[in-house]
Design a protein around this ligand. Structure first.
Ligand code: ADP
Ligand code: MG
Length: 231
């Protein structure tokens, strides 16, 4: 088995990396995929949520704070899982660079303000450098998080597109269930499957899936490929 590696990274703290990883992991777990988690953040937010005995604790998690062990850890897990999801610290660091170098897709959570966009663009540049270093085309998308109002979303979206860090169409809206779930080591998908927050997660997960699967299918003849508009 050769799974896919998804890394949530941005040098901005509090942008929604750990939330995105926990929510996507449990979404894919509930759809029957074999998911593993790697926490590379010295603050160990994801590891703490994982230790609460909630739904997240059903998943394999490796806390990996040694940056030089990052690539071996990911390689080992990717052989045994459909998806390996890596959570990074909220500042530029070598573990993040190594994780990005091993990624199939990098998701850059971005709140709708200038400081978040600035750090997202810096992180996008790290992905570009890692692509050149590894001579692989590493896919990257920004993900708008804690979205409160449509107007500011449009502006943030325009900025991100203009500077070469296009966002997913799906967004994570600002919803209290995302915060509540952290106390239980769980996610909206598990706690309240029909909720708006769960729908947000599903939208994001399905858009990421379509990006990953289109890349796999691109090795078959073009006529057989259903191309996603987001790809
Ligand atoms: N979509 C959302 N709606 C409401 N609160 C959110 C949302 N995403 C994240 N949060 C909250 O914002 C805070 C920071 O999120 P977190 O995922 O820990 O960010 P990071 O890992 O990037 O530092 C947490 O308290 C989390 O519960
Ligand atoms: Mg975090």
């Amino acid at each position: 088995m050769q799974g896919k590696v998804l890394v949530a990274a941005t040098s901005k703290g509090g942008a929604g990396k750990s939330t995105t990883i926990a929510c996507l992991a449990l979404y894919w777990h509930t759809t029957g995929r074999k998911v593993a988690l790697v926490d590379s953040d010295p603050n160990q937010t994801l590891s703490r949520w994982h230790s609460k005995g909630g739904a997240l604790s059903q998943l394999m998690l490796r806390t990996q704070l040694d940056e030089h062990a990052m690539i071996p850890t990911i390689s080992e897990l990717v052989d045994q899982h459909d998806l390996v999801l890596v959570d990074c610290a909220g500042f530029g660091n070598q573990a993040m660079v190594f994780a990005i170098g091993a990624a199939d897709v990098v998701i850059i959570p971005t709140m709708t303000d200038e400081a978040n966009v600035f750090e997202a663009l810096r992180t996008r540049k790290v992905v570009d450098s890692a692509s050149r270093l590894t001579r692989r085309d590493i896919l990257a998308r920004t993900l708008l998080t804690r979205v409160k109002r449509a107007g500011i979303v449009d502006h943030t979206r325009e900025e991100l597109v203009k500077f070469g860090a296009p966002p997913l169409r799906a967004v994570m809206n600002d919803r209290v269930l995302f915060q509540e779930a952290t106390f239980y080591g769980s996610s909206p998908t598990v706690l309240s499957p029909g909720s708006s927050a769960a729908m947000d997660v599903e939208g994001v997960a399905q858009e990421i899936e379509s990006l990953l699967w289109v890349r796999i299918e691109s090795i078959v003849p073009a006529a057989a490929v259903e191309v996603s508009p987001a790809a």
